[in-house]
Every structure is written in C-alpha cells, then in structure tokens.
Ligand binder design. Structure first.
Ligand code: ADP
Ligand code: MG
Length: 591
C-alpha cells in the first residue's frame, strides 16, 4: 500500500519521493523514472525533446561551469578547459591510464603515479569524482526542472567490470552532487531489466548484452534465475566505439580529397568540421542508403555500402570479444537465450546484423539503445522504492578477499566469483600473552602470500584485555554489499571490543591487472603451495619455540640440568632450522 503524507504547514499532499535512474555514460548521460501513471519506465526529456546530456564539462574564464551540449562546443577551441570521457578516469591512478594518456586533450596530472589521477584546468585541480559530480548535479537540476519536485535519491549504473574503487568513486560523485545513491547497478543488468527480462521469479535465462557506445565496447553474459542476476563473464575493448567509426570516415574522406594527416593536425577547425560531418553521415546512413554534405566548400559523400566496408574490421573486433566472453563463461552461442542491444552505435544496421548472425537469433532492439540503461536503472529504482519486491540483483566478486595471517599468508574469507551481497566470518586469536591489539590487513587476489596480492586496507583492533595467548576470540567478518563495497569488522568476543572499516581502495585495478593477477595465481600455483607449506612449518616452529621458552622460564626448578640443556639445545637447533631449513627439516625439528 502506498503511503501518503500531509504537510501540516502548507496543507499540501506529500507524494512519495521519486527515485531516479541515472545512466552516467562515457559519452552521454541521462535520467529516467517510472511514470507514476503508466508505471512504465520513461526517459526525462527537455521541451525540445532532448534526453541525452553529453558527458562533457567546460570551465569558463570566470570560473563558470557548463555541462552538456553547451560544453561540447568548446571541445576543439578550448581543449584544455573542456573535459570529456571522465568516466575513464574514475578510480584510476596515472599508472593505470599511462598508455592511453595521448587520448586526453586536457591535462591529466602524473606527478605521483600511485595515487588517484587529478585533472588540471588553469590553476585548479579536479578529481574525476568532482568532475563526475558536476555532470550528476546538472542531471539532478534538469530532472528537478522537468519533474518540478526535488530529486535526492538515485540509482546509478556502472559497467559490469567496474571494481570496488570505481564503484565507490561513482557513489562518492553522487554524494557530492547531493544525491543519496541507493544502489550502483551494472549497465547490462539494467539493460536486461528495461526489456523486462528477469522480472519474474520463474525465469531462468542466459543473456548476452552487447553494448557499443561512443568510445567503449562491452559484452556481458548474464544469468537470471529466481529473480537473481549473475554476471557470468565480461569482455570488451575500452577504446573501441562510435568515435572510431567517425575517425575512419574522416580518414577515408581525407584520402579522397588529398588532405594529409599533417594538414588535419594543423587545421583543427577543418578536422573538427569533418568529424562532425562524419558523425552526421554515420547517423544518416543508419536509416538511408547515401549521404552527402559540404565542408570548406568541398562536397563529401558516403554510401551505406562504403561505410560497411570501412567499419568491417571494427565490427569483427567486437565479435572476437563476444567469442572470448562466451569462452570465459564456458558457453556456446546456442546457450544464449536472449541478446540485448545497448549503445547508440548499435543503431548501425551492419552492427545489428553481425551480432544477430553471430548469436544465430533475433536481437532485442525495440527500445532506444542509448536509453535502455537509464530505463533499466529506473526499473531498479522502482524496486528499491518497494514497488516490486520479487526482484533481487546479484553480482559476483572478481577476485578473492581475505586477510593476512601468521607468516604473511593469505587467508581467504570470500573466494573469487562469490555472489554478492556476500558475508563471511572467521575466528582468530592472539599470538602473545597479554597482546592488547591485533592488526587486520585486508587483501584482494589469488596468491597464497599476501605480498603477491593487493592490499586494500589495514586497521588495528585495540583494547583487547590482557589474556594469555590463544584465549581471545577475535571474529573477523567481511561483508560485501550489493554495490560490491566491502566492510570489514573485527570483534573480540570475550570483551565485546570491536572495530570496523569500510574499504576504499587507493586506486582501481584495470581489467588487464585483474587478468594478470588471475594468470599469476595459476602459473605460481605449485610454487605457492610449497611456499605455503614452508611458511606454515616456520610458523609452527616459532610457536613451539615461544611456548617452550616460556615453559622453561616458569618451570626451571622442576627440570634437571640435562633436561634443561637438551631443551635449550633443541630450541637453538629449531631456531636455526626455521631460518635455513626446508619444510621437512623444520617439521622434523618440531617433532
Ligand atoms: P556511451 O554509452 O558511450 O555514453 P551512447 O550509448 O550514448 O554512448 O552512444 C554514443 C554513440 O552512438 C556516438 O558515437 C554516436 O555517434 C552513436 N550514435 C548515435 N546515434 C546513432 C545512429 N543513429 N547511428 C549510428 N551511430 C549512432
Ligand atoms: Mg553507455
């Protein structure tokens, strides 16, 4: 039942506050809601019918900030003051994006490669979170203008491969824009929801979501069962999209007209006009057979057939990614029940046909491909508003999460590919008598030694009351919430002392890094098992040595001189073995 409130001061009815769905895209961003009357998702549009807001921020000389189409006009004339594709920088360090630094025409700071990137505009430094928040603030303002009501709650979408740091950064950007971000949702999940896939409990389906946007390509394989979404695999190319189609057309025209690459580089206005004409041609050719236009008093034309010939290599690359995604999910094209088309570039008929041919079935393309993600976010927002209780959304963790234990070993609490939300706990104890604090170091990765994994966070549980070693019971629990954000809690059960930390990693892992970490864990598996056995033997030896020393100290009087000498000798011997011996030698020493 819906609740209605009455504002006593004004006597007006207070409606349930609207939760909006936001697609914060690399190229375009937009907002959608569930229409209160029709109960259908709709995209919010200005009077002129425009729904897409280019994800571009321009800083003017007097500090004025513009976002969207207005900002886009400055891309060529003021490249240093016009920020595009900020989504690519979310949760990243300079080291993460170094190989693509040529892509950004504004100033990305690289003085400290380990920390998060900053963008310099004039004398001011901005973080990607701040820049994204400017886009979100603009979306919020426009939505409030259209809906004529305050908008403070939102669901924001992110690519399925976004890691903790990138999700957290997106959430922070929302907070900074004055939005309470109720949920971060995967873009492919949202797109499926927009088509009503997975809305009923009985449904069990495997879905491929093909998303070709302005600058990125993502393919995701999802499984829905019992109202739960699971990401089986993701693949793609973070530098492949509609922009590359435009560039290919410009190159083709330039070659035809005898314009050299150098000339294009020098004549920025000419190259910008050609690029705009190329995009116009591409868009026109999605519905007609030929196009012609004029730039600098010269005519340029293109047919659909020519375009298809030009972009064949790009389309083939996306199909290769699809093959890889299926392989990772352990599936065949026949296992895919539904194919969902997302992203403005899937409007190109050849793209649609190639995907349909590859999967051997009709694709879902009845909704606007550049709107489906926002529409699905609105569906999810509606679920969170309590209007559709059947639905639950689930993702998986890309890498194992655990803590460091004795000898630098990784103790995994939540294994890789666990469904989230996910919870796990384990009990630990102290190593020394009277130990008052315990260090909890949280790591992510697949290797047996924490030094080979990635440290996410560290904190001290202090105030453990004085007890003999082994007596305190410290329960460490991990909670990965539905957004994929990890909270670690440590509690000493006898005294009730507790401490917790929300894990906000320093910077994000690239897909390549995740892959590399997984590969290394496989290549080093044998070595890791040996190291683990050795470290365990060393730890056991150390414990025996400590306990025996304490025993001798307390009970010297009960021991004969030979017993004492023998024991001390055994301790020395084991100490030496612990440092230099093999696993077997140490174990023999312990015996
Ligand atoms: P993103 O997800 O990267 O924010 P979108 O999904 O909004 O981006 O896709 C933007 C891209 O779609 C641009 O490259 C744009 O030129 C392209 N696009 C939009 N409409 C069409 C069309 N009718 N035909 C071909 N490409 C199109
Ligand atoms: Mg998109």
């Amino acid at each position: 039942m819906a609740k209605i409130g009455i504002n006593i001061a004004t006597g007006s009815l207070q409606q349930n506050e609207m939760i909006v769905g936001i697609d914060l895209g690399t190229t375009n961003s937009l907002v959608a809601i569930i229409h209160p009357d029709t109960r259908q998702p709709v995209v919010l549009k200005e009077h002129d019918g425009v729904s897409l807001v280019p994800s571009i921020v321009h800083f003017g000389g007097q500090g004025q900030v513009t976002v969207g189409d207005e900002a886009k006009k400055f891309l060529v004339t003021e490249p240093q003051h016009t920020i595009f594709s900020v989504k690519r920088l979310m949760g990243k360090s300079y080291a993460d994006i170094r190989e693509h630094s040529g892509y950004f025409s504004y100033k990305v700071i690289d003085d400290n490669t380990e920390s998060l990137v900053k963008i310099q505009v004039g004398e001011v430094f901005y973080s990607p979170v701040e820049l994204s928040s400017l886009i979100l603030k603009e979306l919020k303002t426009r939505a409030e203008h259209i809906l004529k009501t305050p908008v403070t709650k939102a669901v924001i979408t992110v690519p399925a491969y976004f890691n903790d740091a990138q999700r957290q950064a997106t959430r922070d950007a929302g907070k900074l824009a004055g939005l309470d971000v109720l949920r971060i949702v995967n873009e492919p999940t949202a797109a499926s929801l927009a088509y009503g896939l997975g809305l009923s409990r009985e449904e069990v389906k495997t879905i491929a979501v093909y998303d070709l946007g302005g600058g990125t390509f993502d393919i995701s394989v999802l499984r829905i069962s019992g109202g739960i979404f699971e990401v089986l695999s993701t693949n793609g190319d973070t530098y492949l999209g509609g922009d590359d189609i435009d560039r290919t057309i410009v190159q083709h025209w330039a070659a035809e007209a005898g314009i050299t690459e150098d000339e294009l580089r020098v004549h920025k206005n000419l190259s910008q006009e050609l690029r705009l004409l190329a995009e116009a041609a591409k868009i026109a050719l999605s519905s007609s057979e030929s196009y012609s236009g004029v730039v600098a008093e010269q005519a340029f034309s293109l047919t659909r057939q020519q375009l298809e010939h030009l972009i064949k290599p790009l389309v083939d690359r996306t199909i290769t990614c699809c093959i890889n995604a299926l392989k990772d999910a352990g599936l065949d094209t026949r296992d895919i029940d539904e194919v969902v088309m997302v992203g403005g570039s899937t409007r190109v008929p050849m793209v649609k046909n190639s995907v349909s041919t590859f999967f051997g079935k009709k694709v879902h393309d009845t909704l606007n491909p550049d709107e489906v993600v926002a529409l699905g976010a609105a569906v999810q927002a509606d679920v969170l508003a309590g209007n559709n209780k059947d639905l639950l959304l689930l993702d998986i963790t890309p890498l194992s999460l655990g803590i460091e234990t004795m000898g630098g070993l990784m103790d995994v609490l939540i294994p890789r590919n666990s469904k989230i939300p996910s919870k796990a706990g384990r009990q630990y104890t102290t190593q020394k008598d009277g130990q008052g604090s315990m260090r909890i170091s949280v790591f992510q990765g697949e290797r047996d030694l924490v030094k080979d994994n990635r440290k996410l966070a560290e904190f001290n549980l202090t105030g453990i009351p004085g007890m003999p070693a082994g007596l305190p019971k410290v329960e460490v629990s991990f909670l990965v919430n539905a957004d994929g954000i990890l909270t670690v809690k440590a509690k000493e059960l006898r005294s009730g002392v507790e401490q917790y930390i929300e894990v906000k990693p320093q910077y994000g892992l690239t897909d390549a890094e995740v892959e590399k970490m997984l590969m290394e864990s496989i290549t080093h598996a044998r070595e890791d098992i040996q190291t683990r056995a050795l470290v365990e033997a060393q730890t056991e030896a150390l414990q025996i040595i400590d306990t025996t020393r304490q025993f001798i100290q307390r009970n010297t009087g009960f021991l004969t001189a030979t017993e004492l000498a023998d024991t001390l000798h055994a301790i020395d011997e084991l100490t030496r073995l612990r440092e230099q011996g093999t696993k077997d030698e140490i174990q023999a020493g312990v015996e």
